[in-house]
Write a protein that binds this ligand. Structure first.
Ligand code: SAM
Length: 273
């Protein structure tokens, strides 16, 4: 049954508004994803929200009406509301008129087998949610085994990271772990750990890798790069060549270039025609 809520004092709305805060997201294990397109994509992957909110205007669109009917039938809490409340929830003047509240999907590293993916991305202490979301999107495009957040990272379920991921937050396996856990997991799974750094002479295109061996690409923090401990643990350390005045690449850009280089070295297996 579809509920109608128009008051910002409603406890459900208050609770959803609180998902703007990291602490509330961590406690509730929920997050907000904006837009009918994302809700449809998530549904295609078999992911349903706990709650779906939509404006009365959105219901005039047949695609949204059908979406709401399917969600309602699937037992999702469906709430008809107005643009003002959607704007308050998303902190946007022009909010999307469909918003889903989803359960967080990250899992334990032990649930993933390095051998099930040829390429993995590990991010050590990534701090910028925009970078993280962009990396999730690229990781999805390349079809990596998963994205591994190492030690203290920004929240992948923040509004900004979810927006930047453009739906890939639903598609890419995501785990959090410590550096030691990552190293043990990679070692036990026979993976090659490829670190990136500005302080090495080895170019990324000098890597000689066996196609059958899983590769874990390890990227560093936006300010400090990789920790000394991570650098020490890498099987290979490479840099992307530069020749202009910039002293480094943006983390998400460097990750994209590295991922495409690794995928190219494998011959782009699985690429869509
Ligand atoms: N001052 C930091 C340093 O010296 O490492 C710069 C960090 S950089 C903005 C953030 C991350 O992006 C690096 O840790 C590395 O993973 C990656 N990165 C950026 N530019 C790179 C390059 N030219 N070669 C390899 N990795 C690069």
């Amino acid at each position: 049954m579809i509920k109608q809520i128009t008051s910002s004092a409603n406890p459900l709305i208050k609770d959803i508004r609180a998902l703007e805060r990291k602490r509330h997201r961590a406690e509730s294990r929920l997050f907000v994803a904006e837009g009918a397109r994302l809700a449809l994509e998530a549904e295609e992957m078999g992911v349903y929200p706990k709650t779906l909110l939509f404006s009365s205007e959105a219901l005039e669109r047949p695609a949204v009406r059908d979406l709401v009917a399917r969600m309602d039938a699937a037992g999702v809490d469906c709430v008809e509301t107005n643009q003002r409340l959607l704007s308050q929830i998303t902190r946007r003047d022009n909010p999307q008129n469909v918003i889903g509240v989803y359960r967080q999907l990250d899992r334990g590293l032990r649930e993933l087998d390095p051998k099930t993916g040829s390429i993995w991305v590990a991010l050590e202490q990534v701090r910028d949610p925009g970078n993280l979301g962009t990396i999730l999107r690229t990781a999805d495009a390349v079809g990596v085994g998963g994205v591994i957040l190492v030690d203290e990272c920004c929240d992948p379920f923040s509004f900004e990271a979810v927006r930047a991921s453009m739906g890939s937050i639903f598609a890419v396996p995501l785990v959090r772990c410590t550096l030691q856990e990552l190293l043990r997991w990679g070692r036990e799974g026979g993976a090659r750990l490829i670190g990136t750094s500005l302080q090495t002479e080895h170019r990324h295109d000098s890597l000689e890798l066996e196609a059958t061996m899983p590769k874990v690409l390890l990227m560093g923090n936006e300010q400090a790069g990789l920790t000394a401990e991570a650098v020490e643990a890498c099987d290979e350390l490479v840099r992307l060549p530069m020749r202009g005045r910039a002293d480094s690449l943006n983390l998400a850009v460097a990750t994209a270039v590295m991922l495409y280089a690794l995928w190219a070295a494998d011959g782009y297996p699985g690429a869509r025609a």
